[in-house]
Ligand binder design. Structure first.
Ligand SMILES: Nc1nc2c(ncn2[C@@H]2O[C@H](COP(=O)(O)OP(=O)(O)OP(=O)(O)O)[C@@H](O)[C@H]2O)c(=O)[nH]1
Ligand SMILES: [Mg+2]
Length: 439
């Protein structure tokens, strides 16, 4: 793709009132804007205090002018920043002046897209800029910053380099068949592939954890009807978000709420009670409950502690999904009920809810696996999975060099999609259009 090189402009600070507002310009030629608006030719990376003027000479605002010559700027182009007062009218006046002088209003994410096109950032880093801005918890902000600093990209590139290394060997063997590859070579190839496969598995689980940090954990409340699931959601939300009645089968639609526990953000989803039902509406609710459970990071399986023979989660939920058993209505439970395989609460009175929240917070915090943690998106996970599938495929076809080479090529392509090399414009457009304007 050939980068656009026209000069783009946008208000880089958030809309609304603020002490300071920044109008940012990027392009091949920005010095004329400084001359026209501020009457100076700024020194690189020097804070000039000056007045910003309309063409008529009338002063619009005063503030700091900064100039970053290419390639040492955010976009890798020539960048100019007008830092004035943060009112929308003032900032729009500066913006209008820039547009009158020939700049074009930037599209969402266009500054970061240019940084990517000018090799200032790879795609993972560019995405982490948006993730950092949108971070809803301290944990996800820290992890986004690590992605921005290249922690995730470095891991991908290490595996990519080893794939390239193996590809070079295999392609050379195909191109020069007279140098027959022997048993030892094949053994070496398999060993290298095994190493790559193991690293991909680690990367996949780290990326999945990074995805959970970025999106927040998904906690699903499920269980038999009338156990107090909606009451539990309301206790967490500290609000009557879900309808609670004494009747079984009250909840049909899934109801999701964002829950904050200190610096942790969770999405908590209440679902319809799971049981055999002839009611069409209830059946649909139960289908939705199963779907929510399937996508959950953790299921709180709520049962009524005052009722005998409550269904077990294990009969309903696949074993690879984490489940905590919650005995609700402990206030009504017989004195001899054994809660040792779960956690006893009373959602209605709030008893033990604070303890449950503490445990959930610890569970969420355990996602933070230290300095190596980074944020990842569903797109990255799909690409790593697809790379792994091609590597698995390569194992199966390693008797045929051509097929082996082809599988490695696919694996390489899948990894390259993550950092953005060999990518289609469609994908790039899709990613950058989700940014805010001015970034
Ligand atoms: N005594 C007591 N009653 C509770 C407790 N939690 C919920 N209830 C009552 O149990 C009944 C059912 O509560 P819900 O929260 O609607 O139960 P649910 O699991 O969402 O029910 P469905 O949506 O029908 O599956 C209501 O009358 C609640 O007030 C509790 O801890 N103790
Ligand atoms: Mg309910």
């Amino acid at each position: 793709m050939i980068p656009d090189t026209d000069t783009i402009v946008a208000v880089a600070t958030a809309p609304g009132l603020g002490g300071i507002g920044v109008v940012r310009l990027s392009g091949q030629e920005v010095l004329s804007f400084a001359l026209n608006l501020a009457g100076i030719t700024p020194k690189p990376r020097y804070a000039h205090f000056c007045q910003f003027r309309e063409v008529s000479g009338e002063v619009i605002d005063e503030g700091i002018l900064l100039y970053f010559p290419a390639p040492y700027s955010y976009t890798g182009e020539f960048v100019l920043e007008f830092q004035g007062h943060g009112g929308p009218v003032v900032l729009n006046l500066i913006l209008e002046q820039c547009i009158n002088l020939g700049a074009r209003l930037a599209l969402p994410g266009e500054f970061t897209q240019r940084a990517f096109l000018n090799d200032r950032l790879d795609l993972v880093q560019a995405e982490s800029v948006a993730d950092l801005i949108e971070a809803s918890s301290r944990q996800s902000a820290k992890a986004s910053l690590r992605s921005l600093n290249g922690v995730f990209s470095k891991r991908i590139n290490e595996i990519r380099d080893r794939l390239i290394d193996l590809r070079m060997f295999v392609e050379a063997s195909i191109d020069f068949p007279e140098e027959d590859i022997g048993f030892q070579d094949k053994l070496m190839m398999r060993e290298k592939l095994l190493g790559i496969n193991q690293d991909l598995e680690v990367l996949l689980s780290q990326a999945q954890s990074g995805r959970r940090i970025r999106d927040g954990l998904s906690i699903v409340i499920a269980g038999p009807p009338n156990a107090g699931k909606s009451t539990l959601l309301n206790a967490f939300a500290k609000d009557d978000v879900a309808i609670v009645t004494p009747y079984s089968g009250t909840t049909r639609d899934t109801i999701s709420e964002t829950i904050r526990l200190g610096s942790i953000v969770l999405t908590m989803t209440d679902t319809a009670g799971i049981h055999e039902s002839d009611d069409l509406i209830e059946q649909e609710g139960i289908n939705r409950a199963h779907k929510a459970i399937y996508g959950a990071d953790l299921v709180l399986w709520v049962v009524d502690a005052s009722m005998p023979r409550q269904p077990e989660a294990i009969d309903i939920i696949s074993s690879d999904i984490q489940v905590w058993k919650i005995y609700n209505k402990m206030d009504l439970a017989a004195p001899n009920v054994d809660f040792s395989d779960g956690f006893a609460i009373s959602a209605k009175s709030g008893k033990n809810i604070a303890n449950l929240q503490d445990r959930l917070r610890h569970f969420a915090e355990s996602e933070d696996i230290g300095e190596g943690t980074f944020t990842a998106r569903a797109r990255h996970i799909e690409a790593i999975q697809s790379c792994k599938e091609s590597v698995d495929q390569a194992f199966e076809v390693c008797d045929s060099l051509e097929l082996f080479a082809e599988s490695l090529r696919h694996a390489h392509g899948a990894l390259a999609r993550i950092t953005g090399f060999f990518d289609s414009e469609d994908l790039l457009g899709e990613i950058f259009s989700r940014f805010c304007i001015g970034k």
